[in-house]
Design a protein around this ligand. Sequence first.
Ligand code: ADP
Length: 659
Amino acid sequence: MLERLKQLFESPSAKLLLLAVGAGAALTFVLQTFDMNLFEAHLYDFRMRHKGDHQMVEHTVLVKIDDKTVERLNEFSPLSMKQHVSLLKLLSQGHPKAIAYFINFNDSITAETTSDSSKPAENPAESFVQVADSLYASGTPVMLGTDIDVTGEVVPPFPLSKLPHRVATIHKDGTTFSEDKVTRRALFSIYDEPVLHVQLASLINGKTAPTDYRGIYHMPDVDANFFLINYVGPTQDDQQRFTEISAIDILDGKVSPSVFQNKLVLVGTKTKEDSNDYVYTPYSRQIFTNAKLTIHANIIETLIHNNAIMRASRMFDVILTLVLTSLIIAMVFRTSPIRGVVFTTVCALVMMAAALAAFRWGNVWICLAHTLLGIFFAYYVFVPYRLIMEYKQRWQFQKKHEVLVQVEELKGNFMSLITHDLKTPVARIQGMAEVLGRSGADPKIVSEILGSTDELNRFITSILELAKIESNRIQIAKTSKDVNKIIEDCVHKFEFQTRAKKITLATDLEPLFPIRVDVPLLTKVISNLIDNAIKYSPEGARVTIESRESTEQPGFLEITVTDTGHGIGPKDLDNLFAKFYRPKNDITMQTKGTGLGLYLSRYFVELHNGTLTAESVEGKGSMFTILLPLDETEILNAAIPPADHDGETGLFKGDNAYV
Ligand code: ADP
């Protein structure tokens, strides 16, 4: 069991997996130590802008004290209490569900008291309270939104403080998260007191507790609950999704009171006099573009629909980063660089699409910054690592290759040197044996010496030819020649040998036109085939050499050497033309040879752009077929290497340097 586990862990795939997960975990850990809030915020805003709009906004109507209003009334924002009394009376005619003021009344009160302090009974602020009270009695609460400071809620000035009031600040990411002053979240409650927005939403959905809502999270350092605003759509003045009415139009009686019926009416300031009336949102970071009044309405809508954005847990973020970085690292080591780039990009895009879908249809915020950076770091850190490893391997391979090429060259030189030097003493032995023969020595001994020297000579010649081939020194010299003549000359040379072995050597030669061939090379090929046919056939066998224009391969001349010898097995037939190949059977063992003859013969035929093939039935005989092109205009190029010869390296398949 332990042994199997050990084996499992030692397999290349397991090693790669361990490396990928280990490196992925390290990368994830390092990335998690960095906040990356600004990047995260940009990704968040991107999703907010592309999540599409919500259903129609129907619960709220915005009443704005805008530039048009203050200019017409010739007052300062947020208008005098007198105007507010008139406005409230007009709004009340529409029987709204509630009227909420997101206004700091301090300036309005100060203006009134200085101008009309002598008659408290006619104090417009008091009148405002009275109108509000009577509205409350008839079922329309009037509520005031307030600010907070270090001491807590900033209560409205007297006598407005008598009216229901709640905190209604707009929160900006000024000190937390991305610190870019963009409004992404809203207060739900502070010191356990729900804010005005919650009060207003509860008039429609009846919910006030944080547990009634999704996505409410606690921030202990300020003892407050927050949630992420799910904007109903763009917040810019020219694109926002709320019904917005100018206060002056209401005061001028241009608006039908029915517009406010059963609605939450939000009254607020929105003048270019005060940049405090505006904020930045994920939709726009331009000043005087996103009115606070619109943001208040968005906050209330989020609460009414209970669809605050929920943040996926940190653990999810860590696991996602770990899985994806490990995957990318494994990919980097497994696939080609191009595939790696494609995979990494696709991975990042799929991640982003999935996060966008989760945001759009599930109102879930999956943090992407760590994951995306993880994906790219995993790729860009590990690609160079892989390249270094590969370069190292290639370098080692190259060094090995250089050494092998050198060895091959030395071997070639050595072989040609040795064989060349051997030729002279062999020729001398041959000469002396002939002299001995003439001077009456035992003819049996003399012929044995001559036979052995012949064999040695053939071996030396083969080795020399191989050395020539391997150093690319074979030259082909074509002359026009009748191939039948070459065959007859070859046959003539073997008369003695065939007679000694009682072999019938027959020819069947069709008259042919002369073709251009390298006569010595073709002679070698035909001689080798006849020699083999005699060598590997028993006494009394028949060897036939035929020549004709090929009927199966028009345009080719066909020479066949057929014997009724021992034949060759199918397995050996496949390797017959390989360098130094000799089948392992008794007949071959008893017969002298180098295993080079057929390799060289095929090479020489291929130099003529021809082919040499073999067919055989074990125990019955063999047939070797040479096909040579007849085309007179064909240009034979001595430099054209055979099929298994690599022109660049000068090596052959099967050569050590190639493996
Ligand atoms: P060598 O004859 O020097 O061994 P060759 O390359 O000429 O080398 O031949 C390779 C092998 O193919 C031989 O060892 C022999 O076993 C087999 N062979 C070649 N020609 C014949 C043939 N006509 N009949 C049977 N076997 C043959």
